[in-house]
Design a protein around this ligand. Structure first.
Ligand code: HSE
Length: 308
């Protein structure tokens, strides 16, 4: 069966609320082919029906192209945890759209995939790096509801700006055994901000993108001081302060909330990138202090979605 592989993503990257996202070396795999009846395996039975987000996204893409949806056999193998702020829903949306193209022999370019996926997700910050890989800054012209798909609207394509991420950087992702609901995490973010906070934020977004591009961990740490969402979301993650202190004490440069949480992403700069001593030290400290948590040492994925 053909296999579609989509990377996990860390949206926001601290200061880039709803516009920055980074692809990571943690993957969801989807084996898919046409079938007589819809069969979905490799996931909880509650998600094995026609409302599975992969299948909904596939049908959405097909209908957009004027094609009547058809049943498939789908097997999912994923290391991307559900509802933890690592883009699991984007992996399903992006893979579903690529499956629609694959199973109808349609050419699909990445910008069209991002446009379709953004209409499903509501904001491009997870789907754009899932499609392109690397670090992506994206913004959406008028027309997309920030809270999800709105078929009444005809959005223009999101604009995506791609940045390479320096090879000395590692992202130690700490995944608590509890979720933070994205709707709740969005509800606590104030809808307006002071001009002084907007100015504060703009300079730091430029600093963050340059720091990730050049591998300048000191610049990343200086820039990673968000005023839009993290101050309000920390309270939704009971272990935030302890995880941050532990990661920084063990050698991480800084830490951000991945997407809307609950995962936290510690940024580590390595001089020895084959052995990664600092990342290992940070991961070991976190594992011993938080035994029920998942801890992964990840790099930036530079390729995005793959179909094989
Ligand atoms: N940018 C989004 C948020 C990512 O922070 O709410 C989660 O969908």
């Amino acid at each position: 069966m053909p296999r579609i592989t989509v990377p996990a993503t860390s949206a926001n990257v601290g200061v880039g609320y709803d516009c920055l996202g980074l692809a990571l070396t943690l993957y969801a795999h989807f084996d898919v082919e046409r079938a007589d009846t819809l069969t979905i395996t490799g996931c909880d039975e509650a998600y094995a029906g026609p409302d599975n987000l992969f299948y909904v996204s596939m049908c959405y893409a097909l209908r957009t192209w004027g094609i009547e949806p058809f049943p498939i056999r789908l097997h999912i193998e994923t290391d991307v945890p559900l509802a933890r702020g690592l883009g699991s829903s984007s992996t399903l949306v992006v893979a579903g759209i690529y499956a629609a193209a694959l199973l109808t022999d349609r050419e699909l370019d990445r910008s069209e995939a991002v446009a379709l996926a953004t209409r499903m997700e509501g904001h491009p910050d997870n789907v754009a790096p899932a499609v392109y890989g690397s670090l992506v800054c994206s913004f959406t012209p008028a027309g997309v509801s920030p809270e999800g798909c709105d078929n009444e609207l005809e959005p223009e394509e999101p604009r995506c700006i791609l940045y390479d991420v320096a090879s000395n950087l590692r992202f130690v992702c700490v995944i608590p055994p509890y979720e933070v609901r994205t709707s709740e995490a969005r509800r606590v973010v104030p809808k307006t901000l002071a001009l002084s906070d907007a100015v504060w934020q703009m300079g730091r977004i430029a600093g963050m993108t340059r720091g990730l591009e050049t591998g300048d961990a000191e610049l990343i740490a200086a820039a990673n001081d968000d005023r839009l969402h993290e101050p309000y979301r920390r309270a939704l993650i009971p272990d935030y302060d302890a995880v941050r202190a532990c990661a920084l004490e063990a050698g991480a440069s800084t830490l951000w909330i991945s997407g809307s949480g609950s995962t936290m992403c510690a940024v580590v700069s390595e001089t020895n990138t084959s052995f990664c001593p600092v990342s290992k030290r940070v991961a070991e400290a976190l594992r011993s202090r938080f035994p029920g948590f998942g801890v992964h040492i990840l790099s930036c994925n530079a390729t995005g979605v793959k179909v094989a």
